[in-house]
Write a protein that binds this ligand. Structure first.
Ligand code: XIL
Length: 367
């Protein structure tokens, strides 16, 4: 009896004193395979528990929002680098590398940026001149020994089989046509220091239809000598994504001589991260208890890391989108208000979850 009590007291004491960081860092588990990274916001560099998780595990970071056009360009057209600099200084002080995200994205355009005072659109030439000034300022501002990769264009493609290749409803496309993509890469290359590598970044690139659209676009860019170094597969995946699908995309893009990065990795425990159709809303509007999906998510993550490890010669970075389930854009209810998701390797207390250990076990099995 006494033994039992002593034992349970000891266990309780352990639980209290055990630090969230008492485990092998992810960067040590992954070794030299690729940079392993995470998207962060400026509140996560202040020395709090999230900061500790970042520093314990990762070798590279991306600013979740702070380096997007809408994060830097102010309503009056001036540039404000305050939030971005907090993150870049943190990276510099701690020897982390960064991906800049992003220079041209339809979803991150400051209000009225593409308009005249009377509400009409700028001409293509006016928009190019305005954004060239921005791209130049960005490359002059950020240290190129820290920010070594940049997403030049984000999400310019359409998803569906019955839609054209490009996202025609984007303001970039509407004003400039598809040539804004090559314009952006050429302009970025004009100002980016020579060591900085330039990427096209998009989601759903494991989908056969979108993979092919992306491949054809990239091939045209490469064949016409547009300066592009790689492709970012965002990887906002759900568990129906198969390792074979991932491998096929990596190989297809790498066959063009391009570097591949996994730039926004997370794994929803639901069928899709996107809001369901109104007719389905009743069915999916619930929160799954995590223990029901834990094993499936752990197995899926391990199978994805297997394919990433086996293709590490084609991949330079693998980056998670957010630090933990609490800071995840999905955990915050992006898809459905109030529905909790558990897409990352760390839980809401920054403790490593089953998928973390399944990745560790996979790497151990290689030794
Ligand atoms: C998301 C951020 O996580 C959110 O905080 C923000 O409100 C919207 O953007 N694809 C991208 C990222 O390229 O920039 C997006 O980030 C997620 C989808």
């Amino acid at each position: 009896m006494i033994k039992k009590i002593t034992l349970s007291l000891a266990v309780a004491a352990l639980a209290i004193t055990a630090k969230a960081q008492d485990y092998t860092p992810l960067k040590q588990i992954i070794g030299d395979d690729f940079y392993i990274g995470v998207a962060i916001n400026p509140n996560q560099v202040s020395g709090n528990e999230d900061t500790k998780t970042i520093l314990h595990n990762f070798t590279t970071i991306t600013a979740e929002n702070a380096m997007k056009p809408a994060g830097i360009i102010q309503a009056d057209g001036s540039y404000n680098f305050t939030d971005a600099d907090k993150i870049v200084n943190f990276a510099k002080e701690n020897g982390l590398k960064m991906r800049g995200h992003t220079l041209c994205w339809h979803a991150s355009i400051p209000r009225n940026y593409m308009k005249n005072a009377d509400g009409t659109d700028l001409t293509k030439e006016e928009l190019y001149a305005k954004h060239e000034k921005y791209i130049k300022a960005v490359f002059e501002h950020f240290p190129s020994d820290v920010v070594i990769y940049w997403d030049v264009v984000n999400e310019a493609l359409n998803d569906g089989e019955n839609e054209g290749r490009y996202r025609e409803r984007s303001e970039w496309y509407r004003i400039c046509g598809p040539e804004f993509i090559s314009w952006a890469f050429k302009t970025a290359r004009k100002y980016a220091p020579a060591n900085v590598k330039l990427y096209y970044n998009d989601y759903n690139l494991v989908d056969p239809v979108k993979r092919e659209k992306c491949y054809l676009m990239l091939k045209e860019l490469v064949d016409s000598g547009v300066p592009i170094d790689g492709v970012g597969m965002q990887a906002h995946w759900s568990m129906d994504v198969t390792p074979a699908q991932i491998e096929e995309s990596i190989n297809r893009f790498a066959s063009l001589g391009l570097d591949v990065q996994i730039t926004e990795f997370d794994l929803t425990v639901y069928n899709s991260i996107h809001p369901p159709k109104a007719s389905e809303r009743q069915i999916v509007k619930y929160t799954l208890p995590y223990d029901v999906v834990e094993k499936a998510q752990a197995d899926a993550y391990a199978s994805y890391f297997k394919v990433l490890h086996e293709n590490r010669d084609k991949i330079s970075s693998v980056i998670f989108w957010n630090v933990n389930d609490a800071s995840s854009w999905l955990g915050r209810g992006f898809a459905i208000r109030g529905r909790l998701d558990y897409p990352l390797l760390f839980d809401r207390e920054n403790k490593p979850k089953a998928p973390f250990f399944s990745i560790e076990n996979y790497y151990k099995s290689l030794k």
